[in-house]
Design a protein around this ligand. Structure first.
Ligand code: AMP
Length: 407
């Protein structure tokens, strides 16, 4: 259970909002404002209710104060997104921040300089967290994408001020809860991508949570190899065969059905439009590589999804960046999106290349929820506790979340 901004009385209060405005930029200009635009909902909501809104965020990976990571370039696109001017302070603590905040009227918004200009931020240094907390009356975390990090602005602050989840954080937590917390069954997971070794925790967690685990992408090759099949020149982590077999055993014990490709699209080289053919997975030629799942595999996956109520998706089914090896990813994604549109399947996806793969398939807006959170989404799929989320949780004993004495 967590408090949302609806539960906060914000009028006249200084509200510190940890947003994720870590957008791509080139030559001092923001090149994609998606994250800024998505953050506007929380900021405009608070401002409309008379809060003095103070935005905290990070930009890049500075080592101390580095001009090229100054957030000043965010002021203009942020002002555009929230439809009003945005004040600026060239530090996130101390006199500059204090002066900018003191000048705010109810309903105004200020952006403070990069929290990562202070190395204490990433160390979750108590004195730094206290210096941030002194600038506000309330704390709102709207940055799910950094919730897997216990930093001062993502975790420490929640213990020092009454805390709540912003709109984006709320949407993410609600979607994730529906997908794995308390999902409608049967639940399927599609896990694709390059390697088993990067997704061990994720696979280990999912086999005990889902009814069907559909494995695709390069990692399926390792499973096929572990089952004694020859995978030719395919990407395959042969040293992970024992691990793959252990995951298959764990799945069996947990009553989770693993669905592996039954046929594959193979080519001689990893290249766009490389000559290719479809073969059964036990007839992969020695001089060819698996680059996608074949049509019979897609049919079996689609058949499985047709009987499911919930789908969690991470990773492409094949080398989707090079045509035509996007076909299985596209076909399965489009089928899932169709079921979502008919209200038959809840679809939650995210992590790594998944967003790009679903966007390329033209279905990202047709899934129930696509998380852009990357690492935080993956850690959640792995079943890990995210410190930024845990700190927002309302303890069973009640209380405001400020840790005592701040409200
Ligand atoms: P990940 O970041 O682990 O989700 O992996 C995504 C990458 O896996 C993409 O770049 C895909 O091209 C790659 N991939 C998926 N299937 C295959 C395959 N059969 N062979 C080689 N690479 C693949």
């Amino acid at each position: 259970m967590f408090r949302t901004i609806d539960a906060l009385d914000v009028k006249g209060k200084r509200v510190l909002v940890r947003a994720d405005l870590n957008v791509p930029a080139k030559d001092g200009k923001v090149t994609d404002t998606t994250r800024i635009d998505r953050s506007a909902a929380t900021l405009t909501d608070l401002a409309a209710r008379g809060a003095k809104v103070v935005v905290l965020t990070h930009f890049g990976r500075p080592k101390g104060r580095e001009d090229k990571y100054s957030q000043k370039l965010l002021v203009e696109p942020l002002a555009k997104a929230v439809g009003k001017s945005v004040a600026w302070a060239d530090d996130c603590i101390g006199p500059a921040a204090q002066a900018a905040i003191a000048a705010l009227k109810d309903g105004d918004i200020a952006l403070l300089e990069n929290v990562r200009f202070h190395p204490e931020e990433e160390k979750n240094d108590p004195a730094f967290a206290k210096a941030l907390a002194a600038l506000g009356d309330l704390y709102v975390n709207d940055a799910f994408s950094t919730a897997h990090r216990a930093h001062a602005s993502t975790e420490g602050l929640a213990h020092l001020l009454p805390a709540a989840a912003g709109r984006l954080m709320q949407a993410e937590l609600e979607a994730l809860a529906k997908a794995l917390g308390n999902p409608e069954k049967p639940v399927a997971a599609v896990v694709g991508g390059a390697k088993v070794s990067t997704k061990l925790d994720l696979l280990g967690n999912l086999v005990s949570r889902v009814d069907y685990l559909i494995i695709g992408g390069g990692m399926a090759n390792t499973f096929l190899f572990a089952q004694g099949k020859s995978v030719g020149k395919s990407l395959c982590e042969k040293d992970m065969a024992d691990t793959a077999r252990a995951i298959l055993e764990k799945a069996k014990a947990a009553n989770c059905r693993i669905i592996l490709p039954v046929d594959a699209v193979v080519a001689s080289e990893f290249a766009e439009n490389a000559p290719n053919k479809v073969v059964p997975v036990d007839a992969v030629p020695d001089d060819m590589m698996i680059l996608d799942a074949g049509p019979a595999s897609v049919e079996s996956i689609v058949g499985c999804l047709g009987g499911c109520k919930t789908l969690v998706w991470n990773g492409p089914m094949g080398a989707f960046e090079i045509k035509p090896f996007n076909m299985a990813t596209d076909a399965v994604a489009q089928f899932a999106a169709g079921l979502t549109g008919q209200g038959k399947l809840l679809t939650v996806a995210g992590g790594g290349d998944t967003v790009a793969a679903l966007a390329a398939a033209g279905v990202d807006a047709r899934f129930s929820y696509v998380s852009t959170a990357g690492g935080a989404f993956l850690e959640w799929l792995e079943g890990k506790t995210l410190p930024g989320v845990a700190a927002l949780e309302i303890k069973a004993s009640g209380g405001c979340g400020c840790g005592g004495g701040s409200c």
